[in-house]
Design a protein around this ligand. Sequence first.
Ligand code: IMP
Ligand code: MG
Length: 332
Amino acid sequence: MPCTVICGGFWGDEGKGKIISYLALKDKTDFCVRTGSVNAAHTIWYQGKRYALHMVPGGFVNEKCRLLIAAGANVHVDQFLKEVEETNAKNRIGVDSQASIIEEKHSTQDKTSAHLKGLGTTGWGVGPAIEERVRRTVKLAKDIPELRPYLADVAREIGAALAKHKKVLLEGTQGLLLSLFHGTYPYVTGRDTSASAICSEAGVGPTRVDEVLLVLKSFMTRVGTGPLPGEISKEEAKKRGWFETAAGTGRDRRAAPFDFDLAKRAVMINGATQIALTKLDCVYAECKGARTYEKVPAKAKQFVRKVEEETGARVAFIGTGPDALDLVDRRK
Ligand code: IMP
Ligand code: MG
């Protein structure tokens, strides 16, 4: 699978970070491109350390992987430099010259603008920075002296890489239901989060993509406001082991059972060819730590089959625990 797009199916926090890091190591990914913005945090456990990455692509765990930030991304310079240091990525990371820059004023506007009140944004300033991009007044990466050593032409690099059959991962953020176009508007983020938008932000044409891997959690969560079908109480979520707090903002995540109709729609709009079903052990405790499909109990297998039947896409990966290797890879 030379070019794979990874996207979220619900409201983000499906566990994309873990799947990306697994693939980067297992498939020896050559290039990992981060799209989206600083608002999203991808959690990755690597060598006993936990990373919550807002900027650096999850493929950093593979030291040979070239890391890139897309032209359609929104870069927070201080956060970027901090994470580059933390992940030791200085010599292999690039930022597209045309990526937008998020400034302090955008964060202030995010927290104080009347039109954003009640949406429960993360406060990073992504919406206001995108507003400025549309007005053609936002600063770009090429305008920032600290970013000069990192400037890249991502579309060109990836185009050349794909021509040489290199392995490329296009890393999406959030989930389809936070998409500006396909999500629960107005309770959405400031951009489209679907697979097509991920390609567009990176500058990769749709015919260049081989696989679209949709990440779905075995139950649903949402932070911030807006509808969540089937929502259960915080007490109930705690009882079921579904209570989580946000990796980025620390806010409580609301929870609900898996919704097959929403999953089916996410497979359709993203054109998913594969599904990664994460946190199956939070719904079926008996499969905790399973690394082969034989170790997954019958009841959990029934759920996996139902996901495949209802959505029409194959469940290629199953997450069974927090460790990067607590995973069933069904591709073999
Ligand atoms: P914004 O993207 O900061 O403008 O926030 C808009 C909505 O998207 C809010 O409901 C946020 O909680 C949600 N959101 C943004 N980024 C993430 C994420 O990475 N995970 C989950 N929700 C997010
Ligand atoms: Mg997250």
